[in-house]
Design a protein around this ligand. Structure first.
Ligand SMILES: [Zn+2]
Length: 83
């Protein structure tokens, strides 16, 4: 299946095996983002561990997309973390 790297946009050719393992990219899960022009419908405060009080904004319309990274971006980030 074809996916695109969410960081640099490179095309990824993902091969999924029978045991559901895959190679060709790194999958981080589904990301929910408000669509362009979505209305803010609700604001509330909540406590997040490590962050303290944050204001959460709910929107009326969301888009879901899969977050993928190519090998280069994935390992590039790892290198940064080691510093
Ligand atoms: Zn990339």
């Amino acid at each position: 299946m074809k996916r695109n790297c969410s960081v640099c946009g490179a095309e990824l050719d993902i091969k999924v095996a029978k045991d559901r393992s895959y190679r060709g990219g790194h999958y981080f899960g589904e990301v929910k983002v408000p669509v362009e022009g979505a209305k803010e419908v609700e604001l509330y405060e909540t406590e997040i561990e490590g962050l303290g009080k944050v204001t959460v904004v709910e929107h009326d319309k969301y888009d879901k997309f899969e977050y993928w990274e190519c090998d280069r971006c994935f390992h590039g980030e790892e290198r940064l973390r080691e510093k």
